[in-house]
Design a protein around this ligand. Structure first.
Ligand SMILES: Cc1cc2nc3c(=O)[nH]c(=O)nc-3n(C[C@H](O)[C@H](O)[C@H](O)COP(=O)(O)OP(=O)(O)OC[C@H]3O[C@@H](n4cnc5c(N)ncnc54)[C@H](O)[C@@H]3O)c2cc1C
Length: 324
């Protein structure tokens, strides 16, 4: 039993970037174990998109497209994953660090009596005992965790491994599990976020805090996001005030993001905010207060009024884009 099962996620039929990352990661673990990397795709994903997973070392895709699951939730999907693990004799199951994974993975863990590591940061350091590095205390420290159960579940912190090409021949196989278990909850309504770029997938995030003073001042921030092809985000008080939707709130109690570039505009950099953004590769902060804690975390800092700095940034980035 040395196969690795990868739980893929898609948005409107297109795989998320985090899926290619966990495919790359799962494929490497399969190689270490001498097994195969098998992906489970849930929902409607076109064949052309399914085979993309072969670029990252996946040799088989189980295509689960049972429409009977359309209004079921994480309990039901946990059953599907557990059935796939049994069918493929998988010893390791990989999830991303997404909200969906947070709901599905622990349920699979209970079903299969499998030990689980959440927020893993890299490949297992040891296969016996199976030892996985992970973040603790919101990324302030690291720990190595030993999983002793026969089946092991890993949820990988986003952007901690990267997307690694490793082209393989891949077969797509239909997979089905009847939706007849007595699931206790059902989805009655789905509201999609309106942003152009998915926050969790974004390479660049432009985020605003209370320093922007009010929702009427967000236009230049959105303009910067447009120029850079970035997602927009905000601090918690901003969404609590209703200036921006809750789906944009990042931090300890919001989304955990890890883009290549994070703009913190008029954000103080409280520890609870940084807990959600400190894995960003580069942080740029704009703040009037040179003692704001955000400057301790930032790679680049601009001391000044965001209302004056933003139009200058927009002009400079637009010029740069036009010239390149
Ligand atoms: C249990 C708990 C969980 C929490 N979870 C989260 C979370 O997930 N995410 C989160 O963000 N917060 C969270 N918070 C709140 C957090 O502690 C801070 O209160 C919050 O992050 C502050 O938001 P802010 O930086 O936008 O606002 P403020 O703290 O009011 O900071 C505004 C900043 O803007 C600067 N500024 C003012 N005017 C300008 C200007 N014209 N130009 C430029 N800069 C200017 C100020 O100098 C200041 O640094 C949590 C708190 C608790 C207790």
């Amino acid at each position: 039993m040395s196969n690795v099962l990868i739980y893929t996620e898609n948005f409107d039929g297109k795989f998320k970037k985090s899926t290619f990352e966990i495919a790359s990661y799962g494929a490497e673990i399969a190689t270490l174990l001498g097994g195969e990397a098998i992906a489970l795709s849930v929902g409607n994903v076109a064949e052309d998109d399914l085979v993309q997973l072969g670029l990252y070392g996946v040799t088989k895709v189980l295509n689960f497209a049972n429409e009977g699951y359309a209004n079921l939730d994480n309990q039901a999907y946990a059953s599907v994953v557990a059935s796939a693990v049994e069918k493929e004799n998988a010893s390791v199951v990989i999830f991303s660090g997404s909200t969906i994974a947070k709901a599905v993975a622990p349920r699979v863990s209970v079903k299969l009596k499998a030990g689980m590591v959440y927020a893993a940061t890299g490949l297992p350091k040891n296969l016996s005992p199976f030892t996985v590095p992970k973040k603790v205390f919101h990324g302030k420290a690291f720990a190595d965790v030993v999983i002793k159960s026969e089946i092991k579940i890993i949820s990988l912190a986003q952007n901690s491994y990267g997307v690694v090409e490793n082209p393989c021949n891949v077969v797509v196989e239909p997979f089905d599990v009847p939706a007849n278990a007595p699931f206790k909850t059902r989805v009655t309504n789905v509201e999609k976020t309106s942003g152009k770029v998915l926050l969790n997938d974004a390479e660049i995030i432009v985020s605003g805090g209370r320093g922007l003073k009010g929702p009427e001042n967000w236009a230049p921030l959105e303009e910067l996001a447009d120029i850079l092809g970035a997602a927009t985000a905000c601090s918690r008080p901003v969404s609590d005030e209703g200036w921006r939707p809750h789906s944009e709130h990042v931090g300890q109690t919001g989304k955990i993001v890890a883009p290549n570039l994070y703009f913190a505009l008029g954000i103080s950099g409280a520890i609870q905010h940084l807990a959600g953004v400190s894995s960003s590769k580069v942080i740029v902060a704009v703040n009037t207060d040179h003692e704001a804690p955000v400057f301790q975390a930032a790679d680049y800092g601009i001391i000044g009024d965001v209302q004056k700095i933003l139009p200058q940034l927009n002009e400079a980035f637009r010029k740069f884009k036009n010239e390149n």
